[in-house]
Design a protein around this ligand. Structure first.
Ligand code: COA
Length: 382
C-alpha cells in the first residue's frame, strides 16, 4: 500500500527523493562526478563525440565503428524538417523566444511521423522517433534563427557531425575544426543528467503512455525556465549588463545577494561541490578566450565564481561557463538554451525508452491544505 500523505512524507521540491531506477546517468553530488552508463563525463568529453554519446545513452555501451556509422547515416538522413514545420517557423514572429518556437515545432513534427502514436512498448519505433527528434532539433533552431534575421534557412546536408552541421546551418559557413570540436564537447556535456526537471517532466508524460513528441515538447517547456536550462542565457545577459554599464563585479553580486536574488549559473540541487561539467567548460572557456584574444568574459566569470564562493559557499553549474563559450563561438544569447535542448534530446529520449521498458504511471500526491465543508451560495447572492 502506498504511504499516506502526511507532513512527514512531504519533501519540498522533491529534493533528494529517489523516484525510480535508471541505468543511464549517475551523479555523485558530494564527489562532483557525472557518469553516463559507467563512463565518466571527463573521458566522454575528451574521447567520444556527440553521436557516440547518443548511441551510448540509447543502448548499453559505446558503439563499434560499424554501429556508429549506422547511427550517423540514420541521423543524417533525418535532418530535414517537413515544409509545414518550416512554414510554421516562417510565420512565427521574429521576436519569439527560440525555446518556445522549438517547443511548438517539435509538437508539430508529430503530425508528420507515421510512428508518432505507435505503441510506446514498440522499441524499434521508439528508437526511430528518438533518431528523428535528435536529428531535426538543430535544423529547427538554425532555420528559425536565419528566418528571424531575414535570411533563408540553409538545408541540412546528409554529411558531417551534428555539431558541424548545426554551426553551418546557423552561420552559412563551414565551422573550423576548433569550433566544431568545442560545440561537439558541449553537446556531450549536456546530453543527460539524472532525473533533472525536464527529464522528470518527460518521464511523467511518458508514464501516461503519451507519445514521445509530446513528452519531448513537455521537456522543452521545463528546460526553458531560468532555474533550469534557461540559466545559460541569463548568465550571458548578466555578464553583458556588468560589461555594458562598466559595473563593479563585486558590488553587482553583493547587491543581488542583498536583494535575495539568485546569481544565474550558480548553485545546484544535487552538487555540493563544483559541477564536473563546469570544470570542463571553464577550462574550455579559458583556452578559447586565449585563442580569440578576448579574456574579458572568462575573467569576469572567475571573479563572480570567487565572490559567490566567499559569500555563499556556492559553485558554478553547467550553465555558468557554457554561456561565454557560446558567445565566443558567435552564437546569440537567446539560442543558448536551445543548444542545451539539442543535446538533452538524446537524454530525454533515452529516458523515455527506459521508462517504457517497465512503465508505471508517475503520480504523486499533494496534501490538501485548503478549506473544507463550504456550501454553495446561489450566484445571485455571492
Ligand atoms: N545565487 C544566490 N544564492 C543561491 C543560488 C544562486 N544562484 N542558488 C542557491 N542559492 C542559495 C539560496 O538563496 C538559498 O540560500 P538561503 O538558504 O540562505 O536562503 C540556498 O542557496 C539554497 O537554495 P535553493 O534555491 O533552496 O536551492 P535549490 O536546490 O532549490 O535550487 C537551483 C537549485 C539550481 C534552482 C538554484 O541554485 C538556482 O536557482 N540557481 C540559479 C539558476 C541556475 O543556474 N540554474 C541552472 C541549474 S543547472
Amino acid at each position: 500500500m502506498s504511504a499516506p500523505s502526511t507532513a512527514s512524507t512531504k519533501i519540498r521540491g522533491l529534493a533528494g527523493v529517489v523516484a525510480l531506477d535508471s541505468e543511464i546517468s549517475a551523479i555523485d553530488g558530494e564527489a562532483g562526478t557525472l557518469v553516463y552508463r559507467g563512463y565518466t563525463i571527463e573521458d566522454l568529453a575528451r574521447d567520444a563525440c556527440f553521436e557516440e554519446t547518443v548511441y551510448l545513452l540509447w543502448n548499453d555501451d559505446l558503439p563499434t565503428q560499424a554501429q556508429l556509422d549506422e547511427l550517423n547515416a540514420q541521423l543524417r538522413a533525418e535532418r530535414a524538417i517537413p515544409d509545414a514545420v518550416l512554414d510554421l517557423l516562417r510565420t512565427t514572429p521574429r521576436d519569439a523566444n527560440p525555446m518556445a518556437v522549438l517547443r511548438t515545432a517539435v509538437s508539430h513534427l508529430a503530425a508528420f511521423d507515421p510512428d508518432a502514436d505507435a505503441d510506446v512498448t514498440d522499441r524499434a519505433a521508439g528508437y526511430r522517433k528518438a533518431i528523428k527528434l535528435t536529428a531535426k532539433m538543430p535544423t529547427i533552431v538554425a532555420a528559425f534563427d536565419r528566418l528571424r534575421k531575414g535570411l533563408e534557412p540553409i538545408a541540412p546536408r546528409a554529411e558531417g557531425s551534428t555539431a558541424f552541421e548545426f554551426l553551418r546551418m546557423l552561420t552559412g559557413e563551414e565551422p573550423g575544426a576548433r569550433a566544431e570540436e568545442i560545440m561537439d564537447a558541449c553537446l556531450v556535456l549536456h546530453a543527460d543528467h539524472g532525473l533533472n526537471a525536464s527529464t522528470f517532466t518527460a518521464r511523467v508524460i511518458g508514464s501516461t503512455l503519451a507519445d514521445m513528441y509530446g513528452a519531448v515538447a513537455g521537456a522543452l517547456g521545463a528546460l526553458k525556465g531560468p532555474l533550469h536550462g534557461g540559466a545559460n542565457r541569463a548568465v550571458m545577459e548578466m555578464l553583458q549588463e556588468i560589461d555594458a554599464h562598466d559595473l563593479d563585479t563585486r558590488q553587482y553580486v553583493e547587491q543581488k545577494l542583498a536583494r535575495k536574488e539568485k546569481i544565474m549559473g550558480i548553485g545546484h540541487r544535487v552538487y555540493r561541490t563544483l559541477d564536473p561539467r563546469a570544470k570542463i567548460l571553464g577550462a574550455m572557456l579559458e583556452g578559447l578566450s586565449e585563442e580569440k584574444g578576448d579574456m574579458k568574459w572568462y575573467e569576469m566569470s572567475l571573479a563572480i565564481q570567487q565572490i559567490i564562493k566567499d559569500e555563499k559557499g556556492l559553485n558554478p553549474n553547467v550553465d555558468f561557463f557554457s554561456a561565454s563559450v557560446y558567445y565566443l563561438l558567435g552564437i546569440e544569447a537567446d539560442l543558448y538554451t536551445t543548444i542545451f535542448a539539442i543535446s538533452r534530446t538524446a537524454g530525454w529520449t533515452a529516458n523515455l525508452l527506459e521508462q517504457w521498458e517497465d512503465n508505471r504511471l508517475i503520480r504523486p500526491r499533494a496534501e490538501y491544505i485548503g478549506p473544507r465543508g463550504k456550501t454553495i451560495t446561489p450566484i445571485a447572492e455571492r
